[in-house]
Design a binder for this molecule. Structure first.
Ligand code: MD3
Ligand code: FE
Length: 276
């Protein structure tokens, strides 16, 4: 289970970008890519990695990848993150993967080990509770949850729910950063350790995967399988917040190395713990 971290192998050589204070470059996201987003002004494209003249929204439309409400309060917004935002997030996650709490395969209480590797910020999730220190790793206090990520989460709710005030009361205080190598999977589960029913914001970067969105009653059918690709946003609010979900498969080699991830899949989920 001691898989190296494909795409994260140069962790030790990267400078710490999260040490920067104040404005984060992800705050410039509206200028970088806002016009390409659903609900945006409808840009003429020109962003890297795409044919000139075709915006991300137009490309998504052609590929059948457009905003979709998968269940009540569950909204999938393909191509939400620009290539520049994806690179920034990969860089920030690489810094967090180094410490203060190193990324690791979470050990389960009954002896199992997760194939996914996880690092937490804000609060440390350890099956099945949140705490400030990573007592199952190195005992260190986790990195602070940055303000720029709060703002990113608010923007996610505005765009997903197409409501300019949807993010006003949203203050996520933890994120689980999951890294999937080509063999990693996540079984069907609910996220119930948070003492809040605020939405979960999920961002995917790197290889595509099958995301299985189930129901609130059982970990089995009925469920909907959705392909999540690099740059996709998924927001889980309302009744969908407590639905079973999982990741049965990653498609190796489908990510663009320009994100900074040469292999594997990165998923960031922001949450409100309701803890103080
Ligand atoms: C729906 N992560 O970290 S993201 C997790 O891709 C987790 O790494 C998956 O499930 C991943 O707990 C799925 C989508 C997601 C995350 C949290 C949810 C969907 C959710 C919580 C409630 C409902
Ligand atoms: Fe989950």
């Amino acid at each position: 289970m001691s898989t190296p971290l494909p795409g994260f192998e140069d962790i030790g050589r990267l400078r710490r970008t999260d040490a920067r204070r104040g404005a984060h470059s992800l705050d410039g996201a509206r200028e970088l890519g806002g016009a390409d987003r659903p609900g945006g002004a409808g840009g003429l494209g020109g962003r890297e990695g795409r044919e000139p003249g075709r915006s991300a929204a137009a490309a998504a439309e052609l590929a059948g990848r457009t905003r979709r409400e998968v269940g009540p309060g569950a909204v999938h917004l393909p191509h939400w993150l620009s290539p520049a935002e994806q690179r920034e997030l990969v860089s920030a996650c690489r810094d967090w993967a180094r410490g203060p709490v190193p990324i690791r395969h979470t050990r389960l209480p009954r002896g199992g080990v997760m194939s996914v590797q996880t690092v937490c910020i804000g609060w440390h999730w350890q099956p099945y509770a949140y705490r400030r220190t990573a007592d199952d790793v190195n005992g260190a206090r986790v990195a602070e949850f940055p303000d720029w990520m709060v703002r990113l989460g608010r923007r996610a709710l505005v765009d997903a729910y197409q409501d300019a005030s949807a993010g006003d009361d949203y203050t996520p205080d933890t994120a689980l950063i999951n890294f999937y190598d080509s063999a990693a999977k996540l079984g069907m589960h609910q996220d119930r350790e948070e003492r809040s029913s605020a939405p979960v914001v999920s961002l995917s970067i790197g290889d595509s995967c099958v995301f299985r969105f189930g129901n609130t009653e059982t970990r089995t059918r009925p469920y909907t399988d959705i392909e999540l690709a690099s740059g996709d946003l998924f927001v889980f609010g309302g009744p969908s917040r407590f639905a079973y979900h999982g990741v049965p498969k990653v498609y190796p080699g489908t990510g663009d190395p320009a994100t900074g991830l040469t292999a594997g899949r990165l998923n960031i989920t922001m949450r409100v713990t309701g803890l103080t």
